[in-house]
Design a protein around this ligand. Structure first.
Ligand code: CMP
Length: 588
């Protein structure tokens, strides 16, 4: 090769292999993730030249995690989390403690590891992957079901807990028998000082972002969206997500993943969250694939033959230990068996945070390097069998449903709490929808349906146009435009009826789908007529500046507007002529 193209080769071969194996996995009714991981394993094993680029691949994978966490943040709904908090927060915390304790005990008593190593391994195995869960739920159309939302809430709490763990690990490393690299001055200033320092930094970051974010970011995106350039919009979403992730890591020492997650949370509150999600999705998908490929590349399959016992213990903990713990916790909380089973299946896998944590554990000398291999083996196996676990849960639910006595015992008698939670979730959904509704005036399709004037615009152009509109209302009798006033906006009537009057006489009535206020904007003169609401009206206002910009951009619409304005002008002149000659209709 003429110059070093190993990164290009890695990405190209990674994508090709991931695609072929992902497709094959799909045909075998396995999640495509399994194919991606396998592609990585093959690359790592049989194409050793690519191992040289592992560091770079690791960074690409990290971009994948950042984008994925940004996506999780974008879809993160605070009302949803509030609705499930009583099950998700205690549940996730208890489950992490139980799984970590089992993992640590297993490592210490069975393998003779140190306490620090045991804790890091236990923590790595205790946290499930939100990414894997979202993909699993998506395939089963379960993302918005109550059980699905409980599981997502639970995993988000786990993610947040892991972020805290990642932040605290350097501070505790020395105490647990590890060492902290010189560049990471965490432990040498004393545990309390280091903890306090970290807490202040994280709190400062979250406060700054949550305080300024909701004001600045939607404003910024609105400005970008108004340019009508999809490319610039996608770029702004990327700049915000990766920029905040990187900047927060540099300035505040929080992890990339947390920074990206909060960037997503802040954007999720704005009316651009859908557009931002849609635009960043292809990139998220592509980098997520690289993430899984690179995980596969790091894996050393020889561990399966070298240490089958240890691998079996790890897999048993992930599949059985964690599931049983979650089943018991949800059961004790009084939820039906089906909920407990769904959460258990959701937790029966490990993913991105486990790799990050295990990697850090090795860096800090807390865990033997073999630990990373064990975690990777556990991840590969548990992610691969996860669909089977969900299928088993479906089977169990079916069996219970078929037996009236079991159903009464495990489901019906425990329905009360679940029903309350379901209605809370429903309330959260309604609140969210209301909010979205308040933000959004029209969908692009509705806009055309209501205003045929815009039929010639592309969906993108319609979307941009919608961003310019300000929704307004008027009561019957309200004067929307006063003759002789200076022009400031044009109005598009979406419902109701208005009356147009010249010199106190009605010349016309306009209904939904028509517009008014364009004549003065076009001519630069004063308003030519009074416009008064006849009943409750809803309309969209387009400011003078946006109107000018808009007509310049869309000549087809401009021509229609000019033609109608001319028609109206002619009509009014005729009317005034008639008035002067005494042939106008009587005063209204
Ligand atoms: P403008 O002159 O800016 O403000 C008053 C608006 O009333 C005017 O723009 C038109 O949009 C509208 N208008 C004036 N005359 C008529 C008419 N004859 N029929 C319908 N609308 C009219």
């Amino acid at each position: 090769m003429p110059h070093d193209v190993s990164l290009i080769a890695t990405i190209a071969i990674g994508f090709v292999l991931a695609f072929v194996l992902g497709f094959a996995a799909n045909k075998l009714r396995l999640p495509p993730l399994v194919g991606y991981l396998l592609a990585g394993v093959i690359m790592g094993q049989y194409l050793p030249n690519f191992m040289a680029t592992n560091a770079v691949t690791g960074q690409l994978a990290e971009i994948g995690v950042m984008l994925l966490m940004f996506g999780v943040g974008l879809h993160f709904s605070i009302p949803d989390l509030m609705a499930v908090r009583w099950v998700a927060i205690p549940g996730a915390v208890c489950q992490i403690l139980v799984a970590t304790a089992i993992g640590a005990a297993m490592a210490m008593y069975l393998w003779g590891w140190t306490l620090g190593a045991g804790i890091v391994l236990g923590l790595s195995l205790s946290v499930a992957s939100t990414v894997v869960l979202l993909k699993a739920l998506d395939e089963r159309n379960g993302v918005s079901t109550p059980n699905g939302r409980i599981a997502i809430g639970w995993l988000i709490v786990e993610d947040l807990a892991m972020v805290v763990v990642l932040v605290l690990l350097p501070a505790f490393a020395g105490m647990l028998g590890g060492h902290v690299p010189a560049s990471d001055h965490g432990a040498d200033v004393g545990l309390m000082a280091s903890l306090g320092n970290t807490a202040i930094k994280v709190a400062a970051f979250v406060l700054i972002l949550l305080f300024f974010g909701p004001k600045v970011m939607p404003w910024l995106l609105r400005q970008v969206a108004r340019t009508g350039s999809r490319e610039l919009f996608t770029l702004s979403v990327l700049a915000v997500s990766l920029g905040i992730a990187y900047g927060s890591a540099e300035l505040f020492g929080v992890s990339f993943a947390l920074g990206a997650f909060f960037a997503g949370v802040v954007l999720s509150e704005s009316d651009f969250s859908h557009k931002a999600a849609a635009n960043s999705l292809p990139l998220q998908d592509a980098f997520a694939v690289l993430f899984f490929v690179s995980v596969g590349m790091l894996f050393d399959p020889s561990i399966l033959t070298r240490q089958p016992g240890m691998v079996a213990c790890v897999v048993a903990l992930i599949l059985v230990g964690k599931s049983l713990a979650a089943l018991a916790i949800v059961g004790v909380m009084g939820y039906p068996l089906s909920t407990a089973l769904t959460v258990s299946a959701a937790l029966a896998q490990i993913g991105e945070f486990s790799f990050i944590l295990a990697g850090l554990g090795v860096t800090y000398g807390l865990m033997p390097a073999e630990g990373v291999n064990l975690v990777l083996a556990g991840a590969l196996i548990s992610i691969t069998v996860n669909p089977l676990v969900f299928a088993a849960v479906d089977g169990a639910n079916w069996v219970v449903g078929e037996r009236p006595r079991w159903k009464a015992l495990f489901e019906d008698s425990r329905a009360e709490r679940f029903d309350r939670l379901r209605s809370d979730l429903e309330l959260a959904r309604i609140t969210l929808e209301k909010k979205l509704h308040a933000h959004r005036t029209f969908s692009p399709e509705e806009l055309v349906g209501r205003f045929p004037l815009f039929a010639g615009l592309t969906p993108e152009q319609r979307e941009v146009l919608i961003l310019h509109f300000q929704p307004r209302t008027a009561q019957p009798g309200d004067r929307i435009i006063r003759s002789g006033d200076k022009a400031d906006a044009a109005f598009f009537l979406s419902s109701g009826e208005v009356e147009v009057a010249v010199r106190g006489r009605t010349v016309n009535k306009l209904g939904a789908g028509s517009f008014f206020g364009e004549m003065a904007l076009l001519s630069g003169e004063r308003r030519s007529a009074d416009v008064t609401a006849l009943d409750f009206c809803k309309f969209l206002a387009l400011s003078q500046r946006d109107f000018r910009r808009f007509v310049r951009k869309y000549p087809s619409v401009y021509e229609q507007v000019v033609a109608l304005a001319k028609e109206r002008g002619d009509m009014n002149r005729q009317f005034l002529d008639d008035l002067a000659h005494g042939t106008a209709p009587p005063l209204t």
